[in-house]
Design a protein around this ligand. Structure first.
Ligand code: FAD
Ligand code: SF4
Length: 517
């Protein structure tokens, strides 16, 4: 049986879920096809061993790296997609990110649209996703048309101390934008309980601003919305001209199903959307759907990131640690001509998370248990922009396996940023208290499997020879196919991509509504 809809959206995460929300008022029949199910609410949601050691919520998928080695990517197939697990740090890109930027390893290309084009959609996304923060504190941010809907999440004492020390030292720390449903003025009625299980865990009490809670669930009682779970889209078929997607093929519970829609929107995340397009090759699109330019799958990015645990003699009693950001090295400085990136906090580490994330580095504290080490750590996340290199790409082999070929870029900038963090740690008195030798930090470069910030495999642009999508995120080569997940980024900046994906989905949603009117 074939079911027909006005719009079919493939994937219900940051892009697809937000798009569905923006289209619901149109009255058009919308179908959301989601490979996963609802994420179960259970005690394991907040159990570090289940989440980090057993990887309970990570897909069993394996991908293959450039050396032919299989690895298990940290992807999560649930209603809400990666946002079920995300840290909900909802940053805007900075205005220069939309222009061309010179990096040590090459050029980060300009976007076809400017920060001003995105600003209204950033504001709308911040309101929708209930972001807490304070515009105006970070000198690198662009203009904003609306203040955040919620005040910033307060710093706990240790973070406040770090903030004050940094400010005294001439840095410009700011409140990180947080997508959590915390009402600090009325804690008894706050959905969020301000716990330590936010970053990398699902929220058991549904108080994280994820795409499931904010965008998908609120529209499921509408007559014009259908969500089909456990529906893995495997292929898109076109009409004989190759201009129109006519069939969406789905594998569900071992059976094949087919759906049709006037408009089809792919939002399965950067790697999986590329996979679906490449797997949909036909006579008119011999190298994959919408791939006449040979750009589908290319320019894969996921940030050059490091997680750092700075160990101190005094314990760090912070519960919710993600309240602070530093962008003093986001743009070139007087000492270094290239941008280095963003510094922010990650969720408070614990012994299980440390063991799960880096099993071969648990030797570092012979006289300390991991629990001691985690209790004494202050935990940072460093993000440097990686470049959209054509050779960094997603391909499929003849059996349909995903290959991700990737080489780092901008390592020098990432190392400089780490150097700046060390100066910060010294400045805030942490190095003086290190339990091991001075300047010892436990650090971890995020590997290829840590694809949380995956982006860039179907970039948007004005030239069909060098981009897959036009500025409305419609495929240049098709009349009814759009892509609204993280694939569309022509370059990734150095802040977390979630808010930009949500803002773009609202922008594209506005275009699709007008098109259907
Ligand atoms: C642990 C973690 C922490 C993060 N922290 C942050 C943060 O603090 N701030 C931030 O901005 N970003 C963060 N991110 C990244 C952010 O979550 C992603 O950038 C964002 O969710 C990507 O949106 P998307 O729409 O491209 O993909 P997703 O949100 O992953 O959505 C893709 C959806 O498509 C579905 N799907 C996949 N294949 C198919 C198929 N074949 N058929 C049907 N459905 C399919 C998936 O199940 C999923 O629901 C984090 C991610 C992770 C994993
Ligand atoms: S801090 Fe709040 S939003 Fe995050 S997991 Fe805890 S209760 Fe949920």
């Amino acid at each position: 049986m074939t079911e027909s809809y006005d719009v079919i959206i493939i994937g219900s995460g940051a892009g697809g879920g937000t798009l569905a929300y923006s289209l619901v008022g149109s009255g058009k029949n919308i179908l959301l096809l989601e490979r996963g199910d609802f994420l179960p609410r259970e005690l394991d949601n907040w159990d570090a061993k289940s989440v980090f050691v057993d990887g309970k919520y990570i897909s069993k998928d394996t991908w293959i790296d450039r050396d032919g080695q299989q690895f298990q990517p940290q992807v999560h197939y649930f209603v809400g997609g990666a946002t079920k697990m995300y840290g909900a740090a909802l940053y805007r890109l900075r205005p220069p990110d939309f222009g061309e930027i010179k990096h040590v390893d090459g050029i980060s290309p300009a976007w076809p649209l400017s920060y001003d084009d995105f600003e209204p959609w950033y504001s709308a996304a911040e309101q929708l996703y209930q972001v807490h923060g304070e515009h105006g504190l970070d000198p690198t941010e662009g203009h904003w048309s609306k203040q955040y809907p919620w005040p910033p999440v307060s710093h706990e004492p240790r973070l406040q101390q770090i903030h004050d020390d940094l400010a005294k030292g001439g840095y410009h720390p700011f409140y990180a934008p947080c997508g959590i449903l915390l009402n600090e003025a009325d804690r008894p009625h706050s959905a969020c309980i301000r716990c330590a299980w936010c970053d990398g865990y699902p929220c058991m009490v549904h108080a994280k601003s994820d795409a499931d809670v904010i965008a998908v669930r609120p529209i499921l009682d509408r007559d014009n919305v259908t969500l089909v779970r456990g529906a893995e889209v495997t292929r898109l078929e076109t009409d004989p001209t190759g201009r129109t997607v006519t069939r969406v093929e789905v594998s569900r519970g071992g059976e094949q199903e087919v759906y049709t829609g006037d408009i089809v929107v792919l939002s399965a995340s950067a790697v999986n959307s590329a996979k679906i397009l490449l797997a949909s090759a036909n006579d008119k699109h011999p190298y994959g759907l919408a791939n006449g330019s040979d750009q589908v799958g290319r320019n894969y990015m996921f940030h050059n990131s490091k997680a750092i645990a700075a160990l101190c003699t005094e314990p760090n009693d912070t519960t919710y640690q993600k309240t602070l950001g530093i962008n003093d090295f986001y743009h070139p400085t007087k000492d270094y001509e290239y941008p280095m990136g963003n510094i922010q906090m990650v969720g408070k580490s614990n012994a299980e998370a440390m063991r799960g994330e880096q099993p071969d580095r648990t030797w570092f504290a012979p006289e300390w248990s991991l629990t001691d080490a985690a209790k004494h750590s202050v935990d940072w996340w460093l993000t440097t922009e990686d470049l959209p290199v054509p050779e960094n790409r997603v391909t499929l082999d003849k059996d349909g396996n995903i290959h991700v070929t990737y080489s780092n870029t901008n390592d020098e900038e990432a190392d400089r940023l780490y150097g700046e963090l060390k100066k910060i740690l010294n400045h805030t008195g942490m190095a003086a208290h290190h339990v091991f030798r001075k300047n010892f930090y436990m650090d971890m470069v995020i590997p290829l499997a840590g694809c949380a910030h995956q982006a860039g495999t179907c970039r948007f642009g004005t030239d069909p020879a060098t981009s897959v999508l036009d500025t409305n995120c419609k495929a240049h080569e098709l009349d009814n196919l759009y892509v609204v997940d993280g694939s569309f980024f022509p370059s990734l900046g150095a802040v977390n991509p979630g808010l930009t994906i949500m803002a773009n989905a609202l922008r594209v949603g506005d275009h699709i509504r007008q098109r259907m009117a």
